[in-house]
Design a protein around this ligand. Sequence first.
Ligand SMILES: Nc1ncnc2c1ncn2[C@@H]1O[C@H](COP(=O)(O)OP(=O)(O)OP(=O)(O)O)[C@@H](O)[C@H]1O
Ligand SMILES: [Mg+2]
Length: 417
Amino acid sequence: MANVTRHIGLSLGADICWPICYEQIVGKLKLSIPWQGDQVGVDVERVTIEPFDLRQSCKYDVVLDRLTHWFHTSREWIKKSIVLDGLYVLNNPWSVQSNEKHTTYAAMMRLGMPIPNTWMVPPKSYEALPDLKPTLTKYAKLFDLGAVGAKVGYPLFVKPYDGGGWKGVSRAADAAQLRQRYEESGKLVMHLQQAVEPFDGFVRCIGLGPQTTLVRYDPDAPLHDRYTMDRPKAFVTDEEASLLRDTTLTINAFFGWDFNSCEALRKNGVWHPIDFANPCPDSQVTSLHYHFPWLVMANVRWSIFCAVTKRKFRPNLDWAPFFEIAARQDLPYRERLRGYAKIAAERFETARFEEFCAKHLGHLDEVAYEFFGTPVARDAVRQKTAALFPAHEVDKFTELFWQRIQKWRSETGATRK
Ligand SMILES: Nc1ncnc2c1ncn2[C@@H]1O[C@H](COP(=O)(O)OP(=O)(O)OP(=O)(O)O)[C@@H](O)[C@H]1O
Ligand SMILES: [Mg+2]
């Protein structure tokens, strides 16, 4: 029996709070997991940015990546490390690079999800490239934007096909407003998407490996209050919770995204997913607050499971099994969704993961509960708050987020007793 160490790398940009908490908790777990004849420990390190030889080997077993959707040196390092060394990465970088909102809408339409009517329109203006004029002169058809809007159905949302962070998102109630929004959209390639209105439920379901959590989302609240602290029982039935979980895990397994979130709105009893291409989901305590410990713990469980078991990375997305079920039009949609979710459970090894956590990470709840009461945890909250808020608001908001974490502690503490 040998003592071996698995290496987990954190590929980070502006993240401050969760990496501190993650590193602290993994350290306090003092892991020595008996696995296939070895005693396995885990080491966590931050990945640096530097020149690299394409042939150099990668020391990490798992990388938690938060950077490569915009920082391409690291993206290419990660891609070559998967190809040459079989690195396991959250998330599949090729899929992050190529599957934007647009493809995710199309694919989930094919699986039968009730995605609102969505059209794409060519952009209002262009980069003056040499081939632009001949291309547009020959092939671009004049179109009546108002008529496209009427086909989509008003009110509608005008939003970039590859968006994020509400950038360029606006609402148009009629053709005149739509024209105005289009004028303002510049070079962005936009979707027009029918508004799910009026809606009576708005949920963000966060998925991390096979783990999910449901948060009622309030889009009209200030940023720090958008993730509400309501319990799922207060805003969804058990069947709705199960449907939203199956929806999220289907999307995540389909696109090779271990960590992603799905936004869905309920109208007339139907949940319409509207935004589920978020493969670098918000992980900041300043937005997640009460839900932040869940996220850190979910990350710890899944990454340790992947590292210790040397879970195989799936570089290719295999869509055929989902499409086979999608073709079964004789089955009601909920049945097909259960079929997709079964594939997701196989791909995320749900049963094996749960067994692993029960056997080897039984002390995580206690360790996290203790940690989220310490000055180190509070300082992590403060550092993130100080990075985002004006100086005169740092004390007030640090205390607000801290109290919400303490609320989480008192509730989990109470359920454990
Ligand atoms: N079809 C729709 N019906 C109703 N509301 C919508 C619709 N599309 C977008 N919205 C509203 O606009 C917000 C931003 O849209 P969307 O989530 O698609 O953009 P985003 O830039 O990806 O946002 P984020 O990065 O915050 O998730 C949504 O949270 C929702 O409040
Ligand atoms: Mg969104």
